[in-house]
Design a protein around this ligand. Structure first.
Ligand SMILES: [Zn+2]
Length: 282
């Protein structure tokens, strides 16, 4: 009996020895899976933001001169910082744009930034890229920096540690704006997931098709009309279900009103100057 016990004990302790490295490996793995760095989202203008995790930086809808007076344009100071690879915008990896409207993207401003930053990629749908090529003042070759994708289907592309998933989502305004290629982006960086939808009027079907509710999205950046109406919130809950939301695309005149509406709401923010910080998980 005794010897059996010893044998049994010995067997367990021997296998524990083998188990310890496995346990350590598991812990390391868990650590590795947890988000090692914080996610920062800085407002640029209108729907434009800088998304930053560690050294990874993506700018979406952040480079434009709006011809719509009700919406902001990219501040000159930010454009200069981008072109000079300085301050907040030092080390941008990828530029993205949702669609061709001038309150999200303008060719001259985007190409000027690209010309200054030869290592930065611009990843965008065909319509945006056609406009970029068509409207450029000079003919400096940007073909090494511009990567076009087909608009009609969901796609993924990885730039080092940044994975960009795109899907089509109809622009607000029904038939009048049917021709516009509006792209939804799900941006994955170091374990974080950030959604940006451009300009849809809800686009419930396309959002459902994109299978977002199971993705555990950290932050969804949405036009404010998704978040200040019952209809919008119902769509958000049933098709996105993110941990947090940023309300944007706010006309200059309504900014204070909308910001007040979400004051103290942990789940929904209007980006102030400091932006949004999502802390790493421990
Ligand atoms: Zn638009």
């Amino acid at each position: 009996m005794n010897s059996l016990y010893i044998k049994y004990f010995f067997k367990i302790s021997r296998s524990s020895f083998l188990f310890i490295p496995a346990l350590v490996a598991m812990c390391l793995n868990v650590n590795f899976m947890a988000k090692a760095q914080s996610l920062k989202i800085f407002p640029i203008a209108n729907e434009g933001v800088l998304i930053n995790v560690g050294k990874n930086k993506v700018v979406i809808d952040g480079i434009f001169k709006s011809t719509y007076p009700q919406f902001e344009s990219t501040p000159e100071v930010f454009l200069n910082q981008m072109k000079n690879n300085g301050k907040l915008f030092k080390g941008i990896d990828v530029l993205l744009a949702s669609h061709i409207h001038s309150d999200h993207f303008t060719s001259l401003e985007v190409s000027s930034v690209l010309e200054h930053l030869p290592k930065v990629y611009f990843y965008a749908n065909q319509q945006i890229m056609d406009k970029l090529i068509e409207e450029r003042e000079n003919a400096k070759d940007l073909s090494k920096q511009t990567i076009v994708f087909e608009h009609g289907k969901p796609l993924s592309k990885t730039f080092d540690k940044i994975k960009i998933n795109t899907f089509p989502i109809a622009h607000a305004g029904a038939e009048k704006t049917e021709w516009i290629q509006n792209t939804g982006h799900l941006i994955e960086i170091e374990g974080y997931k950030v959604l940006h939808v451009g300009d849809p009027y809800f686009g419930k079907e396309e959002l459902l098709k994109a299978n977002l509710t199971t993705q555990e999205i950290d932050v969804a950046i949405l036009p404010y009309w998704f978040l200040n109406s019952e209809e919008g919130r119902a769509v958000v809950d049933s098709t996105i279900n993110a941990k947090r939301y940023i309300a944007n695309h706010i006309p200059i005149k309504l900014k204070e009103e909308i910001a007040n509406l979400f004051k103290g709401n942990f789940k929904v923010s209007v980006l102030g100057q400091k932006g949004l910080l999502v802390r790493k998980e421990r």
